[in-house]
Design a protein around this ligand. Structure first.
Ligand code: F0G
Length: 467
């Protein structure tokens, strides 16, 4: 009798660790002082004062020895470096898009795309759910960002295998109401980060593509977490169980005209991104703009060694052993919290577990920011840094008014290949302990905030003293 690591109950990390980074233990009194000094905004904490940092899975992953060795061999030529050609061929191998324009990160690709596509006061951009930077870029250029997620996507407790799907009836009615000429691009975010890291099915991607083509509208993917999305397709969508993640990825990209990508996620890199597309004329315009804002089109804001890291990382993200471990370990955390009675977005997403703070803290109204309150409580209780995805992040409207966000979530984003199962066990203990004290948590008010992407630098204070 043999027991394969694939069948065992214990999730083993499919790597061993050769370089370690110490983390700091602080006590509750210290953390209270530190958070107060950070104006009750975890973004303003020093990372060294955080024990387990789940602020984001973006750029925070551990690289492999293969990536590090590729980095040593990088070519730092300004123009035409061999590192660029490796990067270009890795992206084309997976996406099939003809033109690959490197950018320093995902939002830089968004900036280039929307600068060319959005007409102020005219354009409407449909998406399943815009990520905050995506929305901000559309609005900054005077366009309107419309989220057309299926209804199940807004119901945290409802199980559905593809809660990131776009409502294609709403998409067609939006096109008819607004007029196809006012929709320069249709976007689809895979996986849907702001909606819980939920995947989009291949059937939905195909249907969105069909509608886009019917009306002659370009269709772009926000592909940050494409590999995780492919794993969900493989394990949840009939007909894909025998396909490899790379085969699924190739099919997924084949339905689109281009994509924006933050390589800080499924590029397994600490920095980097790209814009990839098929249209020759559009690519020419994107390259010109990239020279203005990012750099020469064969490095686009990245060092040669960054492009090497991404070229290797994109394929590592599609490795079956890695994806099985990645998605299983996020689900493991989700199961621990669910078993303790904590409401999370179900099923568990790819890169993160999202706690439903509206459900956990019904005594805190949305505009007193329950998800922010819970985020701070997790830091105070156990040195965990998470991120609010609620009314601080999304409540401020372009006209300056405030409206409650559709959901009040706390995202526990898991960096790639960084934490082990014992870190996750500790994390679950902290969340469960906080949950048991939940009636003592209070609301917050914003004392100072910028008008764009305010959550990054807003200053707040608890409504009942120091929590
Ligand atoms: N699109 C999605 C779906 C994202 O999740 C992000 C970043 C971006 C675009 C922008 O990419 O950061 O490289 O400029 N998400 C990070 C997060 C910041 O924490 O979820 P970027």
């Amino acid at each position: 009798m043999t027991l394969s690591p694939l069948d065992s109950k214990t999730i083993i990390e499919p790597f061993r660790i050769r370089s370690v980074e110490p983390i700091q233990f602080t006590d509750m009194e210290e953390r209270k002082r530190l958070l107060k000094e950070a104006r009750w905004n975890p973004f303003l904490l020093k990372a060294e004062d955080v024990l387990i940092d789940l602020l984001t899975d973006s750029g925070t992953g551990a690289m492999s020895s293969r990536q590090w060795s590729a980095m040593i061999e990088s070519d730092e030529s300004y123009a035409g470096s061999s590192s660029y050609y490796k990067f270009d061929s890795a992206v084309r191998d997976i996406t099939g898009f003809r033109h690959v324009i490197p950018t320093h990160q995902g939002r830089a690709a968004e900036n280039i795309l929307f600068s060319l596509m959005v007409s102020a006061g005219q354009s409407v951009i449909p998406n399943n759910t815009h990520f905050d930077t995506t929305r901000a870029h559309v609005e900054h250029k005077g366009g309107e960002a419309r989220d057309l997620l299926i209804a199940e996507g807004y119901r945290p407790q409802t199980d559905h295998p593809f809660k990131g799907n776009m409502d294609t009836d709403k998409l067609e009615s939006t096109i008819r109401d607004v007029g196809a000429d006012r929709i320069p691009v249709i976007m689809l975010t895979v996986t849907n980060n702001s909606g819980g890291g939920q995947p989009v099915s291949m059937a939905n991607i195909r249907e969105v593509s069909r509608i886009a083509r019917k009306y002659g509208i370009p269709f772009f993917l926000d592909a940050c977490r494409f590999a995780e999305n492919c794993w969900f397709i493989k394990t949840r969508e009939p007909g894909f169980e025998h396909s490899s993640p790379i085969e699924i990825a190739r099919e997924l990209f084949s339905y689109a005209d281009g994509c924006t990508m933050s390589a800080k996620k499924d590029g397994m890199s600490n920095i980097g991104g790209f814009l990839a597309l098929n249209d020759d004329d559009m690519a020419r315009q994107c390259r010109s703009l990239s020279i203005l804002t990012e750099g020469f089109p064969t490095y686009g804001g990245m060092a040669g060694y960054d492009m090497e890291a991404v070229a290797a990382g994109l394929h590592e993200a599609l490795d079956e052993g890695y994806l099985r471990y990645r998605i299983r370990s996020t689900a493991y955390l989700g199961e621990k919290l669910t078993d303790a009675g904590i409401a999370i977005i179900r099923p568990t997403g790819g890169h993160a577990v999202y706690i439903d703070a509206r459900e956990m803290l019904p005594h805190i109204p949305s505009l007193q920011y329950p998800a922010w309150s819970l985020t701070n409580a997790l830091y105070l209780t156990g040195g965990i840094r998470a991120v609010e995805i609620g009314s601080v992040m999304f409540g401020l409207q372009p006209d300056g008014t405030e409206r409650e966000a559709p959901m009040e979530l706390v995202r526990l984003a898991i960096p790639r290949r960084v934490y082990t199962q014992s870190h996750i066990d500790y994390l679950a203990e902290v969340v469960i302990h906080t949950y048991r004290q939940r009636e003592h948590l209070c609301g917050y008010r914003i004392t100072d905030a910028p008008s764009v992407l305010r959550h990054f630098s807003a200053e707040l204070e608890p409504l009942e003293g120091d929590q």
